[in-house]
Design a protein around this ligand. Sequence first.
Ligand code: 3PG
Length: 306
Amino acid sequence: MTRVLVATDKPFAAIAVEGIREVVEAAGMELLLLEKYTEKQQLLEAVKDVDALIVRSDLIDAEVLQAAGQLKIVVRAGAGYDNIDLGAATARNICVMNTPGQNSNAVAELVFGLLVYGLRAFFSGASGAELKGKKLGILAYGNVGRNVARIAKGFGMEIYAYDAYTGTQVIENDGVKAVASPEELFKTCRIVSLHIPATAETKNSINYDLLSLMPEGALVVNTARKEVIDEAGLARIMEERTDFKYLSDIKPARDAEWTAKYPTRYFATPKKTGAQTAEANIYAGIAAARQIVDFIQNGNTQFKVN
Ligand code: 3PG
């Protein structure tokens, strides 16, 4: 019998697990669960005899893939798959997929939760600022970026976007101004929301030079990956500009230092929260289960990323 393991250090909502179970069992497969594990050894043990794996940001490196002797497919229930060693998977003939778009509204809504919290002086009672009429820059116009633009319209923001791969027309059709470079975006917008994946190209790309282009009252919100920020550059700008705010869903290495030093300009969620809604868990989890069934039964590789 085909065995499907859900291995999630940060578990899905119970209702999403039930949905995954229904899909897997209806296909005559067995569902196994490893949730909230604390040691890598637990993951190494759990993957031993499984054919398929559903994960979130769980680290699936060469050692885990090596331990999973029967593994045929790994689905990252979510967008970013930088936590999976694609080279090692390909070398072992293991198919890797993601579930693009399934959790993007949840992440986009968190952007606005963070923005309102940050602009309202972290609900301290001090006078804050409104989103209406502010220039918002969206860096990368993918599934999350598009949802951010949709919601920003409701707040009455002036929306700009840069995307290295999406055509200007596609962006402008949404009533968003497409700019020609990240530099132009950072120079134009008081608020910038990051939605680039962590790749060799983007790592450390949000650096001092880019950040220092931002206008007075700058605010950067990061619900993407911590690796895209050049932390030393951000540290320098936080030090130099008392008007600069940074809000993040991924704790930087300097989290404790910045929390103490910049209580009115810095905030990071205690645990990555962007995709942590029942809806996103259901959409991404069930999509992952369906993709596994379709791959095992029909060889469908539509969402393969390696
Ligand atoms: C993603 O890449 O899909 C998001 O960053 C969500 O990650 P998570 O599933 O670990 O919350």
